[in-house]
Ligand binder design. Structure first.
Ligand SMILES: [Zn+2]
Length: 464
């Protein structure tokens, strides 16, 4: 059996790994490389495998660095099945369409601003490619073995990372032997709201594991609910707004769920709450359709509350006019809008109108990369530039970092420790992590593997 690491090797985007066993060729994930435009364009356009020769794709979850280049794979000729959980199929459908829309918009913008003698700048793929590839999804249930071919069966286990995310257990039959491969996808955390904890796995010969935050310890996610309540109580009655920039997938649903819990317990002050992002609205609806795979607390809530993502006083904003109208609406309110780093999307407009009022509070709940508006807010700059104009930052900015959806070093030690103790891992390959994080993961795995864990390089092929 051969494994070739085609992406997310030494970096955290472009997840893609090829397993060849006998005549079978299986691709794990087909993610988008993200970062510097020209470099990524080349990496995303050039498949190192032959798409038409693949027998199947197995998709771990619906973040774009894992599913975002499936439309590109379709464009390059792939027409086989894409196996994933039902929730992943629904979320990935929306995420790929959103990506395609951005690609088409970017292409139109660049075409308008390019010199006329240069060749056209086409989108990486189109909305049509995204729509077509979504028809190849073959949803499989969690927890059961599924025979995909005489030589391969797989079982999805909950990875606890985002809705639908899966750890994939694979059994390849090779010359009378059974080879057991486990791919973590992105591993989640214990005690995250809404999602179940990552499932423990008992049996593994070859492990392919992510390592994004293997060198960090995250704060507890539970603090956010108390902080939300405190902040909303502060603005209640003062006419102030709470503006929460949030990623459309994951963070938005976390915040809405906490607010719903506060509503159910009677603690939430009477302040209107608006989720102002078309993508967030659609993704939250997908969460409501898949409540059966949410965690025990959400299951308990479902006994008395049929939708954990809806409560009186909450409104999902649809069109742009309604969004603009919020800026003129008097009184206290909570606005949850994307994007999470305040670089684009409707939250930028709310910040423009809101950050110069000392009654308002901006609540930052996610990582803010350098050179983003979100980072400038976190740094409490006295003035910030929005749409080419300077605005004094008089609103209070609060930062809470407990909601990372990735396992930290303690979670990895817990999860890998169980795997190592129950069966022993013969060989581990470390992907989806930058330098120090990947090395830290090697340190964690060292005690549980028969052979030294390997931090893989892009295009490296291993015979196992
Ligand atoms: Zn992910």
């Amino acid at each position: 059996m051969k494994i070739t690491f085609l992406g997310a090797a030494g970096e955290v985007t472009g997840s893609q790994h090829l397993i060849e066993c006998g005549k079978l060729r299986v691709l794990l994930d087909c993610g988008l490389f993200q970062g510097h435009r020209t470099e990524c364009r080349h990496k995303n356009e050039t498949f190192a495998c032959i798409p038409t020769e693949l027998d199947a794709v197995i998709l771990s979850h619906a973040h774009v660095d894992h599913c975002g280049n499936l439309p590109g794979l379709f464009k390059a000729g792939y027409r086989g099945p894409i196996f994933c959980t039902a929730a992943t199929a629904d979320v990935a459908d929306l995420m790929m369409l959103d990506c395609a829309k951005i690609q088409e918009e970017d292409s139109r913008y660049l075409m308008r601003h390019r010199a006329t003698n240069l060749p056209p700048i086409l989108p990486l793929y189109t909305i049509e490619d995204a729509e077509h590839v979504a028809r190849l999804f073959e949803p499989l249930s969690y927890g059961e073995w599924h025979e995909l071919a005489p030589e391969l069966r797989i079982r999805f286990r909950d990875a606890g990372h985002i809705l639908g995310s899966a750890i994939t257990e694979m059994e390849f039959r090779e010359k009378g032997d059974i080879r057991r491969v486990v791919f973590t996808g992105d591993l989640g955390r214990r005690k995250l709201p809404v999602l179940r904890d990552p499932e423990l796995i008992d049996d593994c010969e070859i492990l392919i594991t992510e390592s994004t935050y293997a060198n960090r310890i995250h704060p507890d996610p539970g603090d956010l609910k108390a902080a939300l309540l405190k902040i909303i109580r502060e603005v209640h009655g003062t006419g102030g707004k709470v503006i929460i920039p949030a990623f459309a997938l994951g963070r938005t649903q976390n915040v809405v769920y906490f607010l719903n819990e506060l509503y159910n317990s009677g603690e939430l002050p009477k302040v209107p709450v608006y989720v102002d992002s078309p993508l967030s609205r659609k993704l939250t609806a997908v969460h409501s359709q898949h409540v059966d795979i949410l965690d025990d607390d959400a299951q308990k809530m479902l006994h008395e509350d049929e939708d954990p993502f809806m409560f009186p006083g909450l409104r999902y904003i649809g069109n742009q006019q309604e969004s603009i109208a919020l800026n003129k609406q008097p009184g206290s309110m909570v606005i949850i809008a994307s994007s999470g780093m305040c670089e684009n999307g409707r939250v930028v407009h709310h910040l423009k109108h809101g950050i110069s009022d000392p009654k308002n509070i901006v609540l930052i709940i996610g990582f803010q990369a350098e050179n983003t508006l979100g980072r400038r807010l976190v740094e409490h700059r006295p003035y910030v530039r929005i749409f080419n104009q300077e605005y004094p930052l008089k609103a209070r900015v609060e930062t809470l970092n407990g909601l990372s959806a990735h396992a930290d070093s303690e979670d990895f030690r817990w999860w890998c420790g169980h795997l190592g103790r129950s069966s022993g891992i013969s060989q581990a390959f470390i992907v989806h992590g930058e330098g120090e994080a990947a090395q830290a993961m090697a340190g964690i795995l060292h005690d549980f593997c028969d052979h030294d864990p390997i931090v893989v390089k892009r295009f490296q092929t291993v015979e196992v």
